[in-house]
Design a protein. Structure first.
Length: 158
């Protein structure tokens, strides 16, 4: 079902009257709750937490360096998640990699001052780099040919 986003109030009414959970998830995505608002990385596997970027918050999100202090976004801001894997020939790095202490907080990521992750392929004669920022749409990431969707779903406290 494709509904123009300028009719957000109609979508919200539809969401309240959804027949099943799958329909509700699809409608929430239409409402715009598919932006990256946080992440957890384990090598080349990433869990993106989805919602609406801008007002999300978590424990110590204003502390620098984020990598030693900041927790995950609070549950109230997370509407869904998406687990992806990046092909073996690529590297995934955070802004804190290759340094003892970064100069950034998670709040800097919310404001899009700095990227959250960068995906790099550096082979002979080939150089690719994709920076991922909070607020990027997950659909744009899933379109990349070196990204594999592992799981996607709604978020229920953990």
């Amino acid at each position: 079902m494709k509904i123009p986003l300028n009719k957000k109030y109609e979508l919200e009414a539809l969401l309240n009257n959804c027949v099943d959970d799958d329909e509700a998830i699809l409608l929430e995505r239409e409402l715009g709750d598919n932006e990256i608002i946080d992440f957890n990385r384990k090598g080349n596997v990433i869990r993106f937490y989805l919602g609406k970027n801008g007002k999300q918050w978590g424990d110590d999100w204003n502390d620098i360096p984020y990598e030693h202090n900041a927790g995950r976004a609070s549950d109230e801001f997370i509407k869904g998640y998406c687990d992806i894997a990046i092909d073996f020939d690529y590297e995934v790095e955070e802004i804190c990699d290759n340094t003892d202490n970064s100069e950034y907080s998670k709040l800097d990521m919310v404001k899009r001052i700095v990227f959250a992750l960068v995906i790099i392929k550096d082979k002979e004669y080939i150089f690719e780099r994709k920076r991922i920022y909070f607020g990027d749409k997950i659909e744009d990431i899933l379109k990349l040919n070196y990204v594999k969707l592992l799981e996607r779903g709604d978020y229920t406290n953990g």
